[in-house]
Design a protein around this ligand. Structure first.
Ligand code: BES
Ligand code: MN
Ligand code: ZN
Length: 497
């Protein structure tokens, strides 16, 4: 059976001050700033609107004494002038990146699944246009396999001469949107082979010779002991190693970044079955790292950074079956390191270890970055706003944090506590795969220490996105489910090379 997914991505454009025709729009949005007295930001558009509607919006605003212009607080003024039916007065708080994103997502939500034509002027600051426009687009995200569906979607025109900023928002938001589609897809549809085929069609649809893909399975991955141990629990179709490259002509001397994504298409926990059982429901999202690195890489064909990128999706299902691995099994990773499996629910680090070891020995990366919905502990520590970032390189850490703050994918650096690595000692293998000795807690830290065993001397960054990769509520930029976390962060960071 095939499922139909409608294209509900909004239309987006920029509207220059010249040739403005207000009669084309059904809604307008203007910014309001807080202060002793809340007030409308004076722009040319305010003047144009007053002339067009004969409405004094400042008097209108005075009718709402409780309105404080907090970011996302909105007044809806009904009006009838041409096709125009609403004017939205939107609080933008301190007009920083975060507040503008809040305001834009609240505004975007008003038009979800409608045919509105909206002229948006929430800020005149060039540096804020891209990230706030992204929020406007993402807050319209919907994933539906209902048999009856509406195909309505809004169009947004961003007021001002911001063509490049709006184009960039489109590149980033559409890549995040695609990642969300992959993460939301239920696991009876998305097995590792499906993910490989999605990646192949994304690469071919990009129609750009800078991108290429290769998919390995069966004998070709016989040395990837972690990927096989996890993925053979679901032998049809079995695991896949999906490799996507962005390598423009003449790029062989450019810096080389290897991205690795955890691509567990469903995580039951295996024999160490996940409990409580309800905690399994979100586990179709366990390939959010793979979705993020894939969608970011394909977007590079449009942003064209001067960096070479090789991306590995470690795709496998962690099923409960007669071919599942057992606690106490010893597996051999790519490169020969042996590992004693303790809890089969810690499958992510097993598939990542092969990817990291393979990248270190075969791909000669200058930067090795992995994204993984790795531990519940990351969510306990940091919540859902920041990914847990582990690295020994403070320069990259700073760059990633700055890039994340600009585009709305935030990271928080966590310590690689060397004292805890004794917990990974095994009696029979090189390492235990979970830190069950000494009760250090810090599950996200010890998972990172395990991964570090496989990165050689490379400059390595691990992002534990268990908290950020999935939203449990329908609010702001997100619906319940996959967020597409990491796509914006990676594109923004890679474009800084
Ligand atoms: N995919 C989970 C981590 C996870 C949990 C992601 C909740 C998103 C939401 C991972 O494979 C896992 O099961 N980790 C275990 C590790 C433990 C067994 C050492 C965990 O965090 O409990
Ligand atoms: Mn697990
Ligand atoms: Zn998992």
């Amino acid at each position: 059976m095939s499922h139909k997914l409608l294209d509900l991505y909004p239309k987006i454009s920029s509207q220059s001050e010249k040739n403005l025709d207000l009669s084309k729009f059904t809604a307008l949005a203007l910014p309001v700033i807080p202060g002793d007295k809340v007030e409308l930001v004076k722009s040319k558009l305010l003047k144009e609107i007053t002339e067009f509607t004969k409405l004094n919006l400042n008097i209108e605003l005075a009718n709402w004494p409780d309105f404080t212009a907090k970011p996302g607080e909105i007044i809806e003024v009904p009006i009838s002038a041409g096709s125009l039916t609403r004017i939205y007065l939107v609080g933008i708080g301190d007009e920083g990146f975060d507040d503008l994103r809040k305001a834009s997502s609240a505004l975007g939500r008003k038009f979800k699944s409608t045919n509105s034509k909206v002229l948006v002027n929430l800020t005149n600051k060039k540096e804020l246009i891209t990230s706030s426009t992204i929020s406007l687009l993402l807050s319209n995200y919907l994933y539906s396999l209902k048999s009856e569906q509406k195909n309505d979607k809004p169009s947004f025109a961003i007021y001002g001469n911001f063509e490049q900023e709006v184009e960039r928002a489109d590149v980033l938001a559409s890549a995040v949107w695609k990642a969300r589609d992959l993460v939301h897809t239920p696991s009876n549809i998305k097995n590792p082979d499906w993910l490989a085929k999605q990646a192949a069609s994304m690469v071919s649809n990009a129609k750009n010779s800078d991108l290429s893909i290769s998919v390995k399975s069966g004998r070709a991955i016989k040395d990837f002991g972690g990927l096989l141990a996890v993925g053979n629990s679901s032998p049809t179709p079995g695991p896949r190693l999906i490799q996507v490259s962005y390598a423009p002509k003449g790029s062989s001397n450019w810096p080389h970044v290897v991205l690795i994504g955890k691509g567990i298409t469903f995580d039951t926990g295996g024999v160490s079955l996940k409990r409580p059982y309800e905690s399994m429901i979100g586990m179709k999202s366990d390939m959010a790292g793979a979705a993020a690195v894939l969608c970011a890489t394909v977007a590079l064909a449009r942003t064209k950074p001067k960096v070479r990128v090789t991306t590995l999706l470690m795709a496998a299902e962690n099923a409960l079956s007669g071919t599942s691995q057992r606690p106490s099994d010893v597996i051999k990773h790519f490169g020969g390191t042996t590992v004693e499996v303790i809890n089969t629910d810690a499958e992510g680090r097993l598939v990542l270890a092969d990817g990291l070891a393979y990248a270190d020995s075969e791909l000669d990366p200058d930067y090795l970055i992995d994204l993984a919905t790795l531990t519940g502990a990351a969510t306990l520590g940091l919540g859902r706003q920041h990914a847990a970032m582990y690295t020994r390189n403070t320069t990259v850490a700073k760059k990633l944090a700055e890039a994340g703050n600009r585009v709305g994918d935030r990271v928080w650096q966590m310590p690689l506590v060397d004292d805890y690595s004794v917990a990974l000692a095994s009696d029979v293998a090189d390492f235990n795969h979970t830190a069950d000795k000494f009760d250090f807690s810090a599950g996200s830290v010890t998972a990172a220490l395990f991964l570090e065993k496989f990165v050689g001397d490379r400059t390595w960054v691990h992002l534990d996105i268990a908290g950020t990769g999935r939203s449990e509520v329908d609010a702001g930029e997100n619906i319940k489910g996959g967020t597409g976390y990491g796509v914006r962060l990676l594109i923004e960071w890679l474009d800084s090379f």
